[in-house]
Design a protein around this ligand. Structure first.
Ligand SMILES: [Zn+2]
Length: 682
């Protein structure tokens, strides 16, 4: 017998062959594809003339080919991890990142794109083709392709320095987080903490072979202690340890102080922005976002703050009065806020996850979600029983048909938490929509959650938060799958501005709070009785509990971020503290203890991708609330409104600026009113 082992990554079928992908096949396949691409790109750029068919089309094909090999690997590494797979995956990361840097700095390729932009052909392109070219050119420029000589070297050095500084920031934070612990064997010290939290603390102790309870600064533990522990000294201790991580304050070692990293990161970002011709890093960051200018972002945040301030002061007073009614004397401090807020919330709404869970059983929720989508967009979602290759028996596969019965999208749904599956929830692209040689490649999505799995024969019962998570990710999925754009670089979520990409996902969340939508699926799993009115009312009231305070907190972080990245003369950590203090004096309605070094642990902006972009959370919320308000005005299942949203937003993907899509749907620019109303602030 002469049986040749084929590499499924090099010979992809219509869908990935998950069960045939073995770790040893991964790196050779990726390296081979990248090598082929390199050779092909050299040949392409060496051609005397460039146009869409001779340059962009072959590039699209190459990218699609590489995506089809890498996407299932990336996915398997997240949902069915093993040490061998992780090693194979990690070994490809530097190869892929080197390749993408190489492309973004390829001067010949850049010139070829410019030639197309300047050609007569460009005038006849459709919107998607034009945006593909202009997006690519912008990425080349932001990647430093136009820099030469010393400037080019300096740019590359800055990139390298920044990646090291950012990872040092993250490491300091991690080390100082792990350096603190609090041990006790006396349950009386932990009075007030719920059973789930106590078992978490016991588990944390067991992990270190210690008896009793172990408190750490990991988020779930910190939150549980600060929210529930009756012991005020303990709350104060964990608060101070948490807010002084990686700083010159507190008890952990000063060798982890991030002050130097922060100053250096901001200074080098500014230098990079200047090299690329921007006045400051905030402007550089906004170049690829929907928001038009730093002034617009600042005004947007200040406007939201002004509208929320009075309500937030009311919330603070109410909490203080409540604490006093419980016998508290003096002013509440930072380590008291969460504790008394939770007590007040419980007293007022008496609503818990356990009350709601029987009304959110798995099949009812999923069918309800599909029904809502069907009503909104006149599509039909059905399960596919074929022998589709899956990575786990719990995964199901579905298709979406439009009103003509044509299949326009397909998706894998992997709902439940499982061993060797990464936590969290996300949507990822499996296959992109792509029209080539008269045929359309139908988009395929991975929808992944970590919901509570079913036990025995009973259906899985979800918390309301879990239901929201599912709807959210499905919104991203619809953006990917309902697109009608044929050019892959701007189809679906590709090419959508960063601060607008959460619009379709947050939009879907709204249906989890609507009576008329809940009636479709929120029914008792045993009796089929619909969610009682009284429970629904408490759920809505609890939703907006202290929403103004939360709003101000997000605005404080966002304003600090944008202002910091406007500042081109940061030479010390003290200056950073001053900017934060100034923002707090403008926005905050609570006092922050002197010892607090929140900024030293703000990894979203210092180590992650949110630099001069933290405002995006609020920005996208305004867009999604305002979009949903159109449905509130015209009927939440109004098919005409649904078609308009489909055609103006979902189908268009990244083929035009998000603001144009929004205006097409709403007939005007976004307004903050709907978000304020949905948050119970007027
Ligand atoms: Zn999202």
């Amino acid at each position: 017998m002469n049986k040749k082992v084929t590499n499924p990554l090099l010979e992809p079928g219509e869908l990935p062959q998950f069960s045939n992908i073995k770790p040893f096949m991964i790196k050779p396949a990726i390296e081979q594809l990248i090598e082929q691409n390199r050779t092909a790109i050299s040949a392409l750029t060496a051609q005397p003339r460039h146009d869409w068919d001779s340059l962009i089309k072959p590039l699209e094909l190459m990218n699609d080919r590489l995506d089809k090999a890498w996407s299932p690997v990336r996915h398997l590494n997240s949902v069915k991890s093993s040490p061998e797979l992780r090693d194979a995956y990690n070994s490809c990361l530097p190869v892929l990142s080197e390749y993408s840097t190489e492309i973004s700095q390829n001067h010949a390729l850049y010139q070829a794109y410019r030639e197309i932009e300047a050609s007569e052909e460009f005038e006849n392109f459709d919107a998607a083709q034009r945006k593909t070219i202009t997006d690519a050119l912008l990425n080349f420029r932001l990647g430093g392709v136009e820099l030469e000589g010393e400037a080019r070297e300096r740019y590359q050095q800055l990139q390298k320095d920044l990646s090291e500084l950012q990872s040092s920031f993250e490491n300091n934070l991690l080390d100082s987080t792990q350096a603190w612990q609090y041990l006790t064997e006396d349950p009386a010290e932990l009075r007030g903490m719920p059973e789930y939290a106590l078992s978490m603390l016991r588990q944390l102790a067991e992990q270190k072979n210690l008896p009793g309870y172990r408190l750490t600064l990991d988020m779930p533990c910190f939150l549980a202690v600060i929210t529930y522990a009756e012991n005020r000294d303990l709350r104060k201790e964990i608060y101070e340890a948490y807010v002084t991580r990686a700083s010159d304050q507190g008890i952990t070692d000063k060798i982890w102080d991030n002050a130097g990293n922060m100053q250096q990161i901001v200074a080098k970002r500014q230098e990079k922005a200047k090299l690329l011709g921007f006045a400051n890093y905030a402007e550089y960051s906004l170049e690829t976002k929907m928001a038009e200018s730093v002034e617009q972002v600042t005004e947007f945040l200040q406007d939201l703050a002004a509208h929320s301030r009075e309500a937030a002061i009311g919330e603070v007073d109410e909490r203080q009065a409540f604490a006093e009614s419980m016998g508290f004397e003096g002013s509440l401090q930072a380590w008291d806020y969460a504790y008394y807020s939770e007590k007040l919330k419980q007293q007022r709404y008496r609503i818990s996850d356990e009350d709601l869970k029987p009304y959110f059983s798995d099949n009812r929720v999923i069918n309800g979600l599909f029904e809502i989508v069907a009503r909104l967009y006149q599509v039909r979602i059905t399960g596919v029983d074929d022998e589709v290759d899956r990575w786990d028996d719990a995964v199901s596969f579905y298709q979406i048909e439009d009103r003509n019965g044509d299949v326009i999208g397909r998706f894998f749904l992997d709902l439940y938490a499982r061993e060797n599956k990464r936590g969290g929830a996300w949507m990822d692209e499996c296959i992109n929509r792509y029209r080539i040689d008269g045929k359309t490649q139908v988009p395929v999505a991975y929808l992944t959650c970590n919901l509570t799995p079913p036990i025995g024969k009973e259906p899985a019962l979800f918390t309301h938060d879990e239901v929201i998570t599912l709807f959210h990710e499905f919104g991203h999925g619809l953006h990917h799958m309902l697109t009608r754009v044929d050019v892959p670089d701007v189809a679906g979520i590709n090419g959508v501005e960063w601060d607008a990409v959460e619009l379709p996902s947050q939009f879907m969340e709204n249906f989890c709070w609507e009576r008329d939508a809940l009636i479709l699926f929120a029914r008792h799993y045993q009796t089929d009785e619909p969610l009682p009115d009284e429970l629904y009312r408490r759920m809505i009231d609890a939703k907006n509990f202290q929403s103004a305070l939360q709003m101000l907190r997000q605005i404080e972080f966002s304003l600090f971020d944008i202002r910091l990245h406007q500042q081109t003369d940061i030479s010390s950590a003290e200056q950073i503290q001053e900017i934060l203090d100034e923002v707090r004096s403008e926005v905050s309605v609570v006092t922050t203890p002197k010892i607090n070094r929140f900024q030293n642990g703000f990894s979203h902006i210092f180590a992650g991708g949110y630099a001069a972009g933290y405002y995006s959370y609020k920005w996208a919320e305004v867009l999604s609330a305002d979009a949903f308000a159109a449905f509130e005005e015209e009927g939440i299942f109004n098919p005409e409104t649904g078609q308009r949203f489909l055609q103006c937003v979902l189908e268009k993907g990244g083929s035009r600026p998000a603001l144009e899509s929004f205006r097409c749907f709403r007939g005007r620019d976004p307004q903050i009113d709907a978000l304020l109303k949905h948050s119970g602030i007027n």
